[in-house]
Design a protein around this ligand. Structure first.
Ligand code: SAM
Length: 302
């Protein structure tokens, strides 16, 4: 049977503008849970290439064995990626075609591969994506929050101070924001996000996407904090948090939230100090908070 017109040719040498002798590096997405999300093209490419570079050869070995693919595999993970680059380049320049896969989803999306792809492109060798699942896109597609503009933030810093600073810096971003989160940090992350973005900001926690216990839980950040507190399963499995962007309404709600912060601080501190601490907590300009603190406290300016 002939190849359909939309299919690419059998994996082979390069294309215009790139080395014609060299092979191709295919960046191949694999499922994020449900094996049926493996595309036929991904399967064919992994079967036809000369070798596959895997984030974890044993982990990917199970998927490849299920698919009956026996292509030689080599490891390429965050600890050996730079050392591997020369070996991959040599193979490509000798005319071999290689594939890059990660443990799940799309390589380079919070997975190894960036340094390799950069080096391969710099060497004038063609890099071809074989797209498929990525948790960020799957979460966005079903979360019910605007998708016309979005920002992918990956994992927030693990340390509370750095996480709060990053969230404060994002509080005014009008785009929907997508975060990957470790299950044991979900509660703290939602609480910090509620503090930075305001309790009423709409959000969605997407858990175990495409798997047996898939769950999309939406609500305001405050509602999601309460849900994460009372529901033990909230902090299980793999998690994406999608948060709606700052809108006029959200900004107004956030002002309410900064008022709450200021009121609490004004119980203990003079307006100038309260504004300084509130600015650190909320990311709002100190001068604006000072004016507001004076209004709330009735204090006269120093
Ligand atoms: N390359 C992957 C992709 O394309 O999405 C991401 C790899 S990153 C190391 C792993 C993180 O992605 C998880 O901690 C989780 O935040 C998110 N993730 C991956 N699979 C997921 C799933 N099935 N459901 C929810 N989140 C998932």
């Amino acid at each position: 049977m002939g190849r359909p017109p939309w299919a690419d040719r059998k994996v082979s040498s390069g294309d215009r503008g790139v080395s014609t002798q060299a092979g191709i590096l295919y960046v191949v997405a694999t499922p994020i849970g449900n094996r049926e999300d493996m595309s036929r093209r991904a399967e064919r490419v992994l079967d036809e290439v000369d070798c596959i570079f895997c984030e974890d050869t044993r982990h990917s070995g199970r998927l490849l064995a299920e698919l009956g693919i026996n292509t030689p595999r080599f490891s390429l993970h965050e600890h050996n990626e730079r050392m591997r680059i020369d070996a991959v380049l040599q193979r490509l320049l000798a005319g071999e075609s290689c594939a890059l896969i990660s443990d799940a989803g799309t390589p380079l999306i919070n997975d190894p591969g960036f340094a390799l792809v950069r080096a391969v492109r710099d060497a004038g060798v063609r890099v071809v994506p074989v797209p498929g699942a990525a948790a960020v896109i799957a979460a966005l597609s079903a979360a019910g929050l605007p998708t016309d503009r979005f920002g992918y933030e990956g994992f927030l810093p693990a340390k509370a101070k750095a996480r709060r600073e990053r969230l404060a810096a994002l509080a005014g971003d009008p785009r929907t924001l997508v975060f990957y989160e470790a299950p044991h940090r979900l509660k703290e992350m939602l609480a910090d996000a509620a503090m930075a973005f305001g309790a009423v900001r709409p959000a969605c926690v997407a858990r175990e996407i495409t798997k047996l216990h898939e769950e999309f839980r939406d609500g305001s950040l405050e509602e999601l904090c309460a849900w994460a507190d009372r529901e033990p399963n909230a902090a299980r499995g793999e998690i994406v948090v999608v948060i709606g962007g700052a809108s006029g309404e959200a900004a107004a709600a956030r002002r309410l939230n900064t008022d709450e912060v200021l009121r609490a601080l004004l119980e203990e501190l003079p307006a100038s100090k309260a504004a300084k601490v509130a600015s650190k907590l909320t990311g709002e300009k100190r001068q604006l908070l000072y004016q507001r603190a004076l209004e709330l406290s009735g204090e006269t300016p120093a």
